[in-house]
Design a protein around this ligand. Structure first.
Ligand SMILES: [Zn+2]
Length: 86
């Protein structure tokens, strides 16, 4: 029953994963059972602001990337529709 033991071990690992919470300061996910946020605990006010700016920039560039995928899929759909019409 070695295989089963390995499986239940993995299952226990999965079940014991701790849920995250959103940090009030930096709005990143941090383990719920830790009082101090791993991301912004040792940052001062100015450093926190630059961290927030970086997060915002990352969000914006991700948004641009997903926009690009949206346009690309629209173009593909358009080309398919054109193919049916011709
Ligand atoms: Zn934080």
């Amino acid at each position: 029953m070695l295989g089963f033991g390995l499986f239940s071990g993995k299952l226990n690992d999965y079940l014991s994963q701790k849920p995250n919470r959103t940090c009030d300061r930096c709005e990143l996910l941090t383990p719920r059972d830790e009082m101090e946020c791993a991301h912004c605990n040792d940052l001062n006010g100015a450093q926190l602001e630059s961290l927030k700016e970086k997060i915002q920039e990352t969000k914006l560039s991700n948004m641009r990337l997903s926009d690009w995928f949206l346009y690309a899929s629209l173009i593909i759909v358009f080309l398919f529709a054109l193919g049916f019409l011709v």
